[in-house]
Design a protein around this ligand. Structure first.
Ligand code: PEP
Ligand code: MN
Length: 336
């Protein structure tokens, strides 16, 4: 249930109403807007008398929320969430970012060289996997903690904030200086991990599960927000369908749909969606045109020799060309 408060309501009146709601055993999600403030009621509201609240002088209206997700719901928080990274980079609410870098961290030289290239082309965040979820136990499993050290070195050299994936709660000790913690598609419903991230004071990039519905993705974000962390971004990275020609099927519809139902920033990952480097540019442009708040793109200085996801990784020159095209689409978007 949400209660829209009239603009002229005093702080004392709002406080009285909040206290009454709490006395009913409910918790409150308060969102202060430019025109109206909103009180989102969380818990079992079935016994709450709507007409009683509606009759209050300070209440504009009361709406019952059907969706199971509350804190991520745009009805609870009409304005876009804007996430600000430590270096001041903003994501969401019209602030667009490109996160780029290798699938996995292999060597210091590889990461720093790639980082310098992507920065020069306009990327705002460096990506790189240290803990890698691989389908085969015989594939390269990532450098782990050493990989994070390399990313931190690249951050120091280039000034780029870093995003890297966590696979299990006990790894959190390595993430102190990481700017954005990524939850991979395979862990979208690792609820114990989501609960741990709910207690962390860092932005989370939550990727959509391979066969997860929008509601399941939103409910996973709700886990993080319910734990107290409101800095969550959702990432469409392609889903599994009956089509076998591409690695996944990029669900462009997810972008406007999610943007309409949640206030959280929406990111798209065209690299894992396509699985082929040739498709990364057109899908990046499609996602940008559909209104994403950012892109996550795999770039490798030597894709032929990459230890992970080489076929879908862009060479630095191709990333540069793709970034230029993305910025052109952003310019056009501001005019239409
Ligand atoms: C990745 O970003 O490298 C990754 C493993 O992505 P996903 O979880 O979407 O497969
Ligand atoms: Mn990858």
């Amino acid at each position: 249930m949400i209660i829209k408060i009239k603009h002229e309501a005093s702080e004392v009146q709002i406080e009285q109403l909040k206290n009454w709601i709490k006395s009913q055993g409910l918790s409150i999600y308060f969102s202060e807007g430019e025109h109206n403030s909103i009180l989102g009621l969380i818990g079992d509201t079935s016994q709450v008398d709507e007409s009683l609240i509606n009759a209050l002088e300070i209440v504009e209206n009361v709406v019952r929320i059907q969706e199971p997700y509350k804190k991520v719901n745009r009805k609870f928080h009409p304005e876009d969430t804007v996430i600000t990274l430590e270096n001041g980079t903003k994501i969401g609410g019209g602030n667009f970012v490109i996160m780029a870098g290798p699938c996995s961290v292999e060597t210091e030289e590889q990461v720093i060289e790639t980082a310098k290239h992507v920065k020069a082309s306009g990327a705002n965040v460096l990506r790189g996997g240290a803990f890698k979820p691989r389908s085969s136990p015989y594939s390269f499993q990532g450098l782990g903690a050493k990989g994070i050290e390399i990313l931190l070195k690249a951050k120091e050299v280039t000034g780029l904030p870093i995003v890297t994936e966590i696979m299990e709660p006990k790894q959190i000790i390595y993430f102190e200086h990481v700017d954005i913690i990524q939850v991979g598609a395979r862990n979208m419903q690792n609820f114990e991990l989501l609960k741990v991230l709910g207690a962390v004071d860092k932005p989370i990039l939550l990727k959509r599960g391979l066969s997860a519905t929008y509601e399941e993705l939103l409910m996973s974000a709700e886990y993080i927000m319910a734990g107290g962390n409101s800095e969550v971004m959702l990432c469409e990275r392609g889903i599994r369908t009956f089509e076998k020609a591409t690695r996944n099927t990029f669900d462009v519809t997810a972008i406007p749909y999610l943007k309409s139902v949640t206030h959280l920033p929406i990111i798209a990952d065209p690299s894992h969606a396509a699985g082929m480097h040739k498709m990364v540019k057109p899908l990046s442009l499609a996602a940008t045109a559909a209104g994403v708040d950012g892109l996550l793109i795999e770039v490798h200085n030597d894709p032929e020799r990459a230890l992970c996801d080489g076929p879908q990784s862009l060479k630095p020159e191709k990333f540069d060309d793709t970034a230029k095209a993305i910025f052109k689409i952003r310019e056009i978007l501001s005019e239409v």
